[in-house]
Design a protein around this ligand. Structure first.
Ligand code: FMN
Length: 360
């Protein structure tokens, strides 16, 4: 095991955010279009998830009750504890949206300070909040104040940020400590600059700089490291190298929703077996079934077609099965493709088989 393992006492320790005690220190990231209710429940059922988060939500959309925003905020009793993430650049509207979220099941409110997408930054939200720190701190203070008063401190407000806006302009350490001083209960840091979008590797030193700045505060709050964690070893590395209190995982869960269980076991020095093929197919079935249950056939088909490439990555050769699922016109065709795969079919196209045999 990594010798630095013992240098971070948070390894293997459940995380507490404000008044909320999590069962682990691992969080499912907000990933627009990928962390709907069905997916959050699938990840939770696999174990190890301490907190899961919604997609980023528009407070205006929630307050107006637009169908799209309400669908994104859909939750149920299996989906706890839940972070609801809001974006925007107006403290008053964010605070109102946060109170809506509290009334509709949020255990934690998160403010998005990291999204680099134009649609969000043009409205002064997302990573634009990393440009004018004084303004951002006053926005956060408005939200923590109103949520704190309304819930008597029961619902913590957190922030998710990048390292800064432009490459090399490290704003996160200063922003994080200033946010903690106005009541933000934890910060998540994705170790890239907004200008990078998703290019390059997540910078662990940048996250470490936030942890060190926070530790120097009289009342530090947890720092959650995020970026490129795809397995248990990477989660332990994130914690060892940065000293962070917890780890958030996004893309690494798309094909391996059991990554949280694996990462929690790894923190305790345990290795868990990779799930069997039957278990992996059961995960796909469960996701598809929950989408049908929570939404409808059209929604389930759209999403399984979009997600089958990710889900298939954990399965070995399965191109024909993925193609069948992508072309499926009904739920019955998706179930049939999974059944056929499970009974040994749909592994390789004939042309691929001939090529493989020719190479062998
Ligand atoms: C398609 C996509 C959508 C995302 N949507 C959000 C979002 O709604 N809110 C947010 O804070 N971060 C969002 N992110 C960033 C992720 O939460 C996370 O910070 C990033 O993917 C790095 O973590 P990972 O390497 O574990 O995926 C998104 C990322 C991707 C790839």
């Amino acid at each position: 095991m990594d010798r630095s393992h013992r240098t971070n006492p948070c390894i293997g320790r459940p995380l507490r955010i404000g008044e909320v005690e999590l069962s682990t220190n691992l969080l499912l990231a907000p990933v627009a279009g990928y962390c709907d209710l069905a997916w959050r429940v699938v990840c939770r059922e696999q174990g190890g998830v301490g907190l899961a988060c919604t997609d980023l939500l528009s407070p205006q959309g929630l307050l107006r009750g637009t169908a799209h925003s309400l669908d994104l905020a859909m939750t149920n009793d299996f989906d706890r504890p839940l972070g609801m993430q809001l974006y925007g650049g107006d403290g008053g509207i964010l605070a109102e949206g946060a109170l809506w979220a509290v009334r509709h099941g949020a255990t934690v409110i998160d403010i998005n300070m990291g999204c680099p997408v134009d649609k969000v930054t043009k409205k002064d939200g997302g990573s634009k909040l990393m440009c004018d720190l004084a303004r951002t701190v006053s926005i956060a203070e408005r939200v923590t104040g109103e949520v704190g008063r309304a819930t008597k401190g029961r619902v913590p407000v957190t922030a998710k940020m990048r390292l800064g806006w432009s490459c090399g302009d490290l704003a996160a350490p200063e922003l994080a400590v200033r946010l903690a001083r106005v009541g933000i209960a934890a910060v998540t840091v994705h170790g890239r600059y907004a200008a990078q979008h998703f290019k390059g590797e997540a910078c662990l030193d940048g996250i470490k700089a936030v942890v060190e700045a926070m530790r120097a505060e009289p009342v530090p709050v947890p720092v959650i490291g995020n970026g490129d964690v795809v397995n248990g070893a990477a989660a332990v590395k994130m914690m060892s190298r940065t000293g962070c209190d917890g780890v958030m995982i996004g893309r690494g869960s798309f094909s391996r929703p059991w990554v949280f269980r694996e990462a929690w076991a790894a923190q305790r020095g345990d290795l868990i077996a990779e799930p069997s093929e039957a278990e992996k197919i059961a995960v796909i079935r469960r996701y598809f079934g929950l989408m049908l249950e929570y939404r409808d056939e059209r929604y389930a088909l759209t999403n399984i077609r979009r997600r089958i490439s990710w889900l298939g990555k954990a399965l070995g050769p399965c191109k024909p099965m993925k193609e069948r699922v992508r072309l499926a016109a009904t739920a019955a065709e998706v179930w049939a493709a999974l059944d056929e795969f499970e009974s040994g079919g749909l592994r390789m196209f004939e042309s691929d088989r001939e090529e493989a045999e020719a190479i062998a």
